[in-house]
Design a protein around this ligand. Structure first.
Ligand code: BG6
Length: 480
């Protein structure tokens, strides 16, 4: 679809940036914080890149004011961050920890004082270790009341100032990495357990959204989903089918549940054949189908598209992703009988082999719009790259500017197509810890002077992309 003229970005468009508690805060034992599953997992040898962890991260806990000042200087309209459950309830439940509540109070107040809209992620993967130990975390329905109690505590404390809430960040990623690939805690490789835990994740999501809607809080709530649209490798019908399989298996399986309250029939049938179907009670079904449990927006984390081809029943299985930063080192990966990843000659890749595909963002937005008819908040998008700090403390990240410019153009086109896009919080504002890739895979507009070996001075240096984004925001997306 070509447009003679593009529709302007809405005046209220939330130009912003994003982060997650474990990846930036550090201070992992301060302010009464309890330990999360990540605090423990990073200590298992070989699990993270060169054993990196978030003990100090980029020390945002102590430097949040400096970071918010930089956000204000860039002109950010919104900032998405997550709350560490273990700061609010060190053991996951019981009495709330006032020091933890106060930390986020101060951060939210500082943002608002700078006219920056807080977008709060309730859960970005750092489950209290105590709940993992007590009942197996996501594998027990006991997590439902505990999570709800945690979310209620946040709504009651911050609901007068926070208008955008994200329930779960990338449920598809943390469940599959945690229970299928063993690359995230609790490091399990068992598809049946994965689907069972994931179903409980859906119940948590629905319970929290329903509670929010029933109790008259202001604002909007929804999950953030990591959506990588699937393309067929070519026009062969068998590969078209593979792309449809991938879309159903990787994406509709989660998004249909969020919005319609049911799993796609094709995947239910496939799971039943494989003996992997999660148990769904009548009460679950009623909760999941209740319109009050459905999101107000779809949070979209978009990094890339996947190109796929047919994969026989005895074909290739799931492989771990490239964490080497050496382009071209990814292994073959797929789901037997459904699809496997194929090369797309039209796309460039990052050093970690992620496809660079701005048009894919427009396609993602259009597909969400036509299937779900919901506004979309783009809660993540960005380029992980090696950056060089020059002697004068400048960082010339023209590759990141190019990446983001093309993606902003794609959003502009999608808005012109008729998609309701509320905002764009890029990944990330400052550099931060990549869960599995250490500190060298950088995403930020602001360079943080540290690496795997040393915390150095943790100084903040705006990159060229910082000034570029400032101009984009000031012109409401016109001056790219
Ligand atoms: C998303 C996560 O999956 O992608 C972020 O929500 C993460 O927390 C980001 O950091 C980039 O992934 P990576 O592996 O490059 O750090």
């Amino acid at each position: 679809m070509e447009h003679k003229e593009l529709t302007a970005f809405p005046k209220s468009f939330l130009w912003g940036s994003a982060s997650a508690a474990y990846q930036i805060e550090g201070a992992y034992r301060e302010g009464g914080k309890g330990l999360s599953v990540w605090d423990k997992f990073v200590r298992i040898p070989g699990k993270t890149y060169e054993g990196t962890n978030g003990d100090v991260a980029v020390d945002h806990y102590h430097r949040y004011q400096e970071d918010v000042d930089l956000m204000a200087e860039a002109g950010l309209k919104a900032y998405r961050f997550s709350i560490a459950w273990t700061r609010i309830f060190p053991n996951g439940k019981g009495e709330p920890n006032e020091a933890g509540l106060k930390f986020y109070d101060d951060l939210i107040n500082d943002l608002i004082a700078h006219k920056i809209e807080p977008v709060v992620t309730i859960y970005h993967w750092d489950l209290p270790q105590a709940l993992q130990d007590e009942y197996g975390g996501w594998e027990s329905r006991e997590i439902i009341p505990d999570f709800l109690n945690y979310a209620k505590t946040l709504f009651d404390r911050y609901g007068d100032r926070v208008r955008y809430w994200v329930t779960l960040n990338e449920q598809n990623i943390f469940m599959q990495h945690g229970y299928l690939m063993a690359s995230h805690p609790p490091a399990v490789k068992d598809p049946k357990r994965m689907y069972a835990a994931n179903h409980i994740g859906n119940l948590v999501n629905a319970t929290v959204i329903k509670y929010f809607h029933e109790h008259g809080y202001q604002g909007q709530i929804g999950p953030s989903f990591a959506y990588s649209p699937a393309y067929p490798a070519d026009a062969a019908p068998i590969n078209q089918l593979a792309a449809d399989n991938a879309e159903q298996f990787n994406s509709y399986y989660w998004m249909d549940m969020y919005v319609f309250g049911h799993y796609p029939d094709l995947i239910r049938k496939w799971q039943t054949e494989q003996g992997l179907a999660p148990e769904i009670t009548e009460a679950d079904d009623a909760l999941l189908k209740d319109p009050l449990s459905h999101p107000d927006f779809m949070g979209l984390n978009y990094y890339q598209t996947n190109t796929v081809a047919a994969n026989p029943l005895d074909g290739v299985g799931m492989a771990a992703e490239n964490t080497s930063g050496k382009k071209g080192t990814s292994k073959e990966s797929g789901v037997p009988g459904l699809f496997k990843m194929a090369k797309n000659d039209y796309l460039q890749k990052t050093d970690w082999d992620w496809n660079i595909d701005p048009i894919g963002l427009r396609i993602a937005l259009r597909r969400i719009n036509s299937r779900y008819q919901l506004p979309v908040l783009i809660t993540e998008n960005g380029l992980g790259a090696f950056d060089t700090l020059e002697a004068d403390h400048e960082i010339h990240d023209d590759y990141r500017i190019h990446f983001l410019r093309e993606h902003v153009k794609a959003i502009h086109e999608a808005i012109s197509d008729g998609v309701d896009v509320i905002g764009y919080t890029t990944w990330s504002f400052t550099d931060l810890l990549s869960w599995l890739n250490g500190y060298r895979k950088r995403y930020g507009f602001v360079y943080v002077n540290r690496d795997e070996e040393s915390e150095k001075d943790l100084a903040r240096y705006p990159k060229d992309s910082f000034y570029w984004y400032k101009q984009v925001i000031a012109s409401n997306g016109e001056d790219l």
